[in-house]
Design a protein. Structure first.
Length: 477
């Protein structure tokens, strides 16, 4: 059982709306804009002020929710979730929002991130009588809220959040309130906006643009927002700890049209590419980026180096992300389905191939081969982040240490393994400069743990697989 729970690692998107006549439709559009954050499952829970109703299922938002379903979900507040999980957690029950009925009313909850003390809390809760339906961390939060002895809902939620350790952006819905919270380190992005006379919250601001919401601000670390007919009320359940927003959100995960911490993601990625060109120049004829997430960095590299940017690689847009397929064999097949090299562009050329990251090395190896088969004379790999040497325990699937190529091989070895004529990564200092706000108040604080092994939270024995325990728990203590 425990092993199964440990396998559960989620990268997700959350959305919430309060005070809009078509809350379910709004959530549908919001989730659609967040689809890149998870393609395995989607769900919506709506409140009409008296009762909560839900629809959820496996697959893309457009596959799970149709017009009939949305018409049945009438109400003026809603929350929704798109979900990606690694093997072990792919059951229907784990699809969010999770929905609970009790004598005191209903509660729906959706969460982005990963708790590092979820297994510990789950064991405690089971000892005191809780029975779990899912292997999801999110259910732990719901049971903590139910167990709390506080009289008022908001106090029960605050007390429960104080017990959590890790990364979490949470939206909760009860009959007449939308409750929103972010972990004290602000490890995941979460923003709030106005939509008509109501409010919207979303993992990424690109969802606001789609539903016509006006961005107000980011939810602050340790903050809890209660949104109801009285408006929006802010409170803090915890003091802000050192901010540690996930750097991989900037490097790879978020959509280029989103803003995180006031920073447009496309602009950040261009800066990463420019810095890469400064620190790792190379004589070449064309620069190409691995679509879609590395295009911005490739444009930045081209601008800085003066080497023309070309569409040397084309993505088949009807195939999902490489990571959707859980097995290595399927992943490799996925890369082939997904990308093609443009022969006329790369033939006889020295090509700079910019990618945002190397995790297992599967993608880079395939692409170098593909470019060479299409006639590229040389392929120089430039990665717009440092080597990923440590696993993530906060909800981004950067794999375990055994599979991470940079945890086990030097940069030179990686270059040889993927067949590159040269390879360079962006140094960590350059990455931090590029992802920092460029205003007078930089250094907002980032999590860099997958590049450094310096985890911003304590790591609990139960959240770390046995083969990584010695290295990680030992390093932390
Ligand atoms: P790999 O083939 O395992 O080396 O994966 C590297 C590719 O996956 C790169 O092209 C990245 O854009 C992408 N990538 C990086 N991090 C993630 C992640 N957490 N989830 C899904 N894809 C990722
Ligand atoms: Fe993001 Fe890496 Fe930190 Fe995980 S370890 S939260 S992927 S920066």
């Amino acid at each position: 059982m425990l092993a199964e729970i440990k396998g559960l690692n989620e990268e997700c998107g959350i959305f919430g709306v309060y005070g809009h006549t078509q809350a379910a439709h709004m959530t549908y559009y919001g989730l659609h804009a967040l689809q890149h954050r998870g393609q395995e499952g989607a769900g919506v829970v709506v409140s009409n002020g008296q009762e909560l109703k839900q629809a959820k299922g496996q697959g893309l938002v457009t596959e799970v929710l149709d017009e009939n379903e949305l018409m049945n979900l009438s109400g003026s507040s809603a929350i929704g979730h798109v979900r990606y999980s690694t093997a072990g957690g792919k059951t229907y029950e784990n699809i969010q929002p999770l929905f609970f009925r009790s004598s005191t009313g209903s509660l729906a909850i959706a969460h982005n991130g990963n708790l590092v003390n979820a297994n510990k809390l789950r064991e405690e809760l089971e000892c005191s009588g809780s029975i779990f339906q899912t292997t999801s961390d999110t259910e732990v939060i719901a049971h903590l809220i139910k167990r709390s002895k506080q009289d008022v809902m908001i106090e029960r939620v605050k007390e429960s959040l104080c017990e959590l350790e890790g990364a979490y952006a949470v939206v909760m819905l009860v009959e007449n309130q939308l409750i929103v919270a972010l972990d004290p380190r602000g490890m995941r992005p979460l923003s709030v906006g106005r939509v008509g006379s109501g409010y919207a919250v979303a993992s990424e601001t690109c969802a606001f643009d789609v539903v016509g919401a006006e961005y107000m601000r980011e939810v602050e670390p340790g903050e809890i927002l209660v949104i109801d007919d009285e408006g929006m009320h802010s409170d803090y359940f915890s003091k802000t700890k050192n901010r540690a927003i996930c750097t991989m959100e900037y490097v790879y995960f978020a959509r280029p049209d989103s803003n995180v911490d006031g920073n447009n993601i496309h602009s950040v990625r261009k800066r990463l590419g420019k810095k890469l060109a400064e620190v790792a120049p190379v004589k070449a004829d064309v620069v190409t980026g691995v679509p879609d997430s590395s295009i911005s960095a490739a444009i930045g590299f081209a601008e800085q180096s003066g080497i023309p940017y070309e569409l040397g690689l084309i993505k088949n847009r009807y195939v999902g992300r490489t990571f959707i397929q859980p097995s290595q064999e399927l992943r490799e097949r996925g890369v082939q389905m997904k990308l093609s090299a443009v022969r006329k562009i790369v033939e006889g050329k020295r090509v700079v191939m910019v990618d945002d990251s190397i995790v297992r090395g599967t993608t880079s190896k395939k692409i170098v081969k593909m470019l060479k088969q299409a006639g590229a004379k040389e392929v120089h790999v430039r990665i717009s982040s440092p080597p990923i040497t440590h696993p993530c325990f906060y909800g981004i699937d950067t794999s375990n240490a055994g599979e991470l190529i940079a945890a086990n091989h030097s940069v030179e070895e990686i270059g040889e393994m993927i067949g590159a004529d040269s390879i360079s990564y962006l140094p960590i200092d350059s990455m931090v400069e590029a992802v920092d706000r460029q205003d007078s108040n930089p250094n907002c604080g980032h999590c860099l743990a997958c590049f450094t092994g310096n985890y911003p939270t304590d790591l609990y024995e139960d959240s770390v697989p046995p083969y990584e325990k010695e290295q990680l728990i030992g390093a932390k203590n």
